[in-house]
Structures are given as C-alpha cells and as structure tokens.
Design a protein around this ligand. Structure first.
Ligand SMILES: Nc1ncnc2c1ncn2[C@@H]1O[C@H](COP(=O)(O)OP(=O)(O)OP(=O)(O)O)[C@@H](O)[C@H]1O
Ligand SMILES: [Mg+2]
Length: 313
C-alpha cells in the first residue's frame, strides 16, 4: 500500500506542479509523480484520494505498453528498483514515489489537447445541444445525450494555462501546429482511441471519450506523453445498462462530481477555488471507483500488478 500523498518534495529539481502530477527535471528525462490530489471542475480538492496516484501511473504504463506499435511514447520505466538504481538519491524516500512515479523521456508538449469522442458527453454534449456542432463542426441532427458517434470524432482543445480548456476547430489546430503536425496528431489520436475502445469493449467497458497529449522529441518526431486512458483523462462507462438519452454512470469521479454539483445547486459552492472539504464517504467512493477502473480495464489487482517493463526503451 502506498502512502497517502497530497504533494511530494523529492530531492530533485521540481519542474512544475500540475493539478495532479509533480514533475521533476532529470535533464533529458523527467520523473512524473502522480500524487493523490483529485480535481473536479478544474479545482483541486483539499482531500487526497487513497491510491489514486498509483492507479494513474500504473494504468498509463499498461496502456503505453499496448499502444506503442501505433505511436512511440515517453515511457521509460515504473520499476522502483530501476529508478532508484539510476537516481540513488531517491532510495531513501521510496514511500513517496514508488509505484506512482514514471520515468519518461522529456519532450516539448504540443499546446493542443487531442480529444477523441466515441460518445456524446460532457462539454461535447453541451456544445451539440446548443449549436448542433462539435469542435465547431456540424454533427448529424437528432443525436441524444450519450449517443454513440460513428466514426468517433476528433475534437481538439487548447491547453489553458489557467481555467477550462476550450474546444477549437480543426482549422485552428492547423494554425497552431502547422497542417502536417496537426494531421499526424489527429491520425495518431484516432488510432489510439480505436485501440482503447477495442480493449475496453472486450472487458465490458465503453471508452466514451479520452484526451491525449503529444510532445516533440529532440529528433523532431511526435511522442505520446503525459497519461494515457486513465479515469482522469477519460470517461469510462459500463457497457451493461448503456442507455442513450440520459447521462451515464461512470467509473471515475462521478460520486465526487455528484456531491459537488449538489453543493453548487444548494448555493454552497461556486465551482471556483478553493474547493470544499469532502466527506469521508465521497473520498471512499472515489478511491473504490479508481481501483475498480484499474481492475476492470487491466484484469489485474492493483497490488498484484506486475511491475514488468512494458515496452521500456
Ligand atoms: N514527456 C513529457 N515531457 C514534457 N512534459 C510532459 C511530458 N509528459 C507530460 N508532461 C506535462 O507534465 C504535466 C503533468 O502534470 P498534470 O497532468 O498534473 O498537469 P495538469 O494539471 O493536467 O495540467 P496543467 O497544470 O498544465 O493544466 C502536464 O503539463 C503535461 O503536459
Ligand atoms: Mg494532466
């Protein structure tokens, strides 16, 4: 069992603290440490969620090993033995990073989030309901909430430094990245989503949508970076009981979102930082969901998850 962690202070140079990950600078490599911080509506909540960091890191590692034939990724290792051997200063503080840290190749992130949607939910449903479009492009009329999108729709978003990401049209993505890079990332995203949807479907899960990030490697090639197909970057729905036309229950932060929406409706929270304290039952429901997502997707228990070297380079 890993230590419950809101933040890390490892004896390395901190590059940045994101909402969830603390990123340390190791020159050509980075140590990305997923804390147990949880965010909703882009606000980090005061209470950490036990084992969440472990789930995000090990599930990403699982996906990286299963998608590297589509596009290379930044994964080097999640093996604490190997990481400590390479960075001996980490030996003394293993409980703060082991199983939640991923050693990765550093890349220069492309400033666009690559979202692929196979079902109409969240901000895509809001946009469609209002304008009949998704990322500015027209969709067929008459789609209902949670409708399946065939083929899946690529809907890029800008990576906001502060606040909410904004969906952008494909033309805007081409302006930002150049047409060639934009097309490369679109094609990779769609192929990655197809792999994710297929592997999830075999386990009774609908991968409703997911977000990828890519970076430019020093040799100019594109790498899949950040996290991959985790409950923080995706919506997972049970295939059982899938009912278009209504919001679907999901394996991720649903209990947390429901609680916070309740507070917002009651006028007790305005969806701005600071986030409200979470009752123990909400934290408990959330940790159960994350661990359940891991178990259902990989077919393995988190504790038994072999720290194999899946596709390390
Ligand atoms: N291989 C990599 N090279 C460089 N940067 C990376 C790499 N992989 C991930 N990153 C960046 O590290 C950060 C991970 O932190 P985290 O996911 O907690 O941030 P976030 O809260 O999602 O994002 P932000 O704070 O940017 O809104 C992201 O900014 C991501 O773009
Ligand atoms: Mg992130």
């Amino acid at each position: 069992m890993t230590t419950l962690l809101t933040r890390t202070d490892l004896p390395l140079r901190l590059l940045r603290r994101g909402k969830v990950r603390d990123v340390y600078d190791l020159g050509d490599a980075l140590l990305m440490v997923a804390s147990d911080r949880v965010s909703a509506f882009d606000v980090v909540l005061p209470q950490p969620v036990p084992r969440k960091g472990e789930v995000l890191t090990l599930l990403s590692a699982w996906w990286f090993a299963r998608t590297r034939d589509i596009i290379p990724n930044h994964f080097i290792s999640v093996d604490p033995q190997r990481i400590a051997a390479q960075y001996p200063m980490l030996e003394q503080c293993r409980e703060y990073w082991a199983r939640r840290a991923m050693l990765v190749h550093r890349a220069e992130p492309y400033p666009v989030e690559c979202v692929v949607r196979g079902y109409l939910a969240g901000s895509a449903w809001s946009e469609y309901r209002q304008d009949g479009t998704l990322a500015g492009e027209r969709l067929p009329a008459g789609l209902v909430e949670a409708a399946r999108l065939d083929p899946p729709v690529f809907s890029p978003a800008t990576k906001a430094e502060e606040g909410h990401d904004e969906n952008i049209p494909r033309a805007r993505m081409c302006e930002i990245l150049g047409a060639e890079a934009a097309e490369r990332l679109r094609a990779a995203s769609v192929a990655l989503y197809a792999r994710g949807r297929e592997l999830c479907a075999a386990r009774g899960i609908l991968l409703a949508d997911t977000k990828f990030e890519f970076g430019r490697a020093p040799d100019g090639s594109a790498l899949l970076i950040d996290e991959a197909m985790t409950p923080d970057s995706s919506r997972f729905w049970p295939s059982d009981g899938y009912t278009p036309g209504i919001p679907q229950p999901s394996f991720d932060k649903q209990p947390l979102r429901d609680y916070l929406e309740g507070l917002a409706r009651a006028g007790a929270w305005n969806k701005q930082a600071p986030g409200p304290d979470l009752p123990a039952a909400v934290v408990e429901a959330t940790t159960v969901r994350y661990q359940d997502a891991f178990r259902r997707i990989t077919g393995a228990e988190l504790d038994q998850f072999p720290l194999e070297e899946p596709g390390g380079t």
